[in-house]
Design a protein around this ligand. Structure first.
Ligand SMILES: [Zn+2]
Length: 324
């Protein structure tokens, strides 16, 4: 049996999985990220968890094929450096070298977390029967990645794609975390949807949603919002139409650039499931013109959830091979 370790370094938790040769997580450890702290200290925590996992499963370091770390920021594939990760308050970190000090005999890879998630779905999840897949992670921000014919697409420079920061408004629009305005992230992430909810409730129409929205609970508001949609609350339905309208605009651009065979959605908002997809499909249908230029791929919810990132990280070493 071949084994590898996948690490998903998030802003809140570090999830570490022991993954078998068929892309199944057989055991896992969760540690707190507790950012901000030094990269050395983060790596120390990861290394402890890896040893714990191996020991618990009666495995030795020599049983490991490889180890991969999914990082929440910009990763330069050519140098292996994590250029920046605002949530961790870290920049220009060489995680491969730092981890290599603890595990000098193990192959170590790093990747952007969106890239790892789409790689996991491609190998063992919702995209496993497609030649290519684009994933959008609808979380606090908007991440994602694109896989095509057995490789993660990272652009010509190796910096990876950033679908959250494509502009869908040329002028104005809300200020994004990247410092620019009008980015897709500001409309379709949890932060973006919360803003659309606030705006949508400013009218006079009665809505039960007004009583369940709280200022300091953006994720909780998303759940309350979809509950209102399910009970056919009119303002909530209008907000959903507006939300999926922005998403459709982003998807049209991304489809024209990448031509994926399928588009998947992960992250907190994707848990809304079919009610989100139905509205999105309606918005996409309204933009069809009957020509071949914009032939839209199917859209679906990712299957592996948070596990996709762990599996994808563990399997980074398989990139470019025909194994799937
Ligand atoms: Zn931006």
């Amino acid at each position: 049996m071949s084994w590898s370790i996948g690490i998903d370094l998030g802003g809140t938790n570090i999830a570490i999985g022991l993954v078998d040769g068929s892309c199944k997580i057989v055991d896992r450890e969760i540690a707190k990220t507790r950012a901000p702290r030094s990269a050395e200290s983060l790596v120390e925590t990861m290394a402890l968890s890896v040893r714990e996992l191996l020991e618990r499963n009666l495995l030795d370091l020599s049983d490991l094929d490889a180890m991969g770390i999914g990082l929440p920021g910009l990763v330069d594939q050519k140098t292996g450096l994590m250029i920046e990760a605002p949530n961790l308050h870290l920049d220009h970190i060489d995680f491969i070298s730092l981890m290599g000090r603890h595990f000098p005999q193990t192959r170590i890879r790093v990747g952007n977390d969106g890239d790892c998630a789409v790689w996991g779905e491609y190998l063992a999840g919702e995209a496993s029967s497609f030649e290519s897949a684009l994933l959008l992670t609808l979380g606090t921000g908007l991440g994602g990645g694109f896989v095509c014919e057995g490789r993660i697409f990272r652009g010509a420079t190796g910096l990876g794609i950033e679908p959250g920061h494509i502009a869908i408004e040329a002028e104005g629009g809300p200020l994004c975390t990247c410092g620019r305005r009008g980015c897709l992230e500001m409309y379709v992430s949890i932060r973006g949807l919360n803003r659309l909810i606030q705006e949508g409730l400013q009218g006079d129409l009665p809505s039960s949603l007004r009583y369940s929205i709280k200022k300091d609970n953006p994720s909780g508001n998303i759940k309350a919002f979809f509950d209102s949609v399910r009970s056919h609350d009119l303002p909530a339905l209008q907000i959903l139409d507006r939300y999926t309208g922005f998403m459709a605009a982003g998807i049209r651009t991304l489809t024209l650039l990448y031509r994926p065979h399928i588009i998947l959605f992960g992250g907190g908002i994707s848990q809304a499931g079919s009610i989100l997809l139905e509205s999105l499909r309606k918005a996409l249908d309204s933009s069809k013109s009957g020509d071949y230029i914009l032939s839209l791929p199917p859209v679906a919810i990712s299957r592996l959830g948070n596990d996709a990132g762990i599996i994808g990280a563990a399997m980074l070493h398989r990139e470019g091979t025909s194994v799937r």
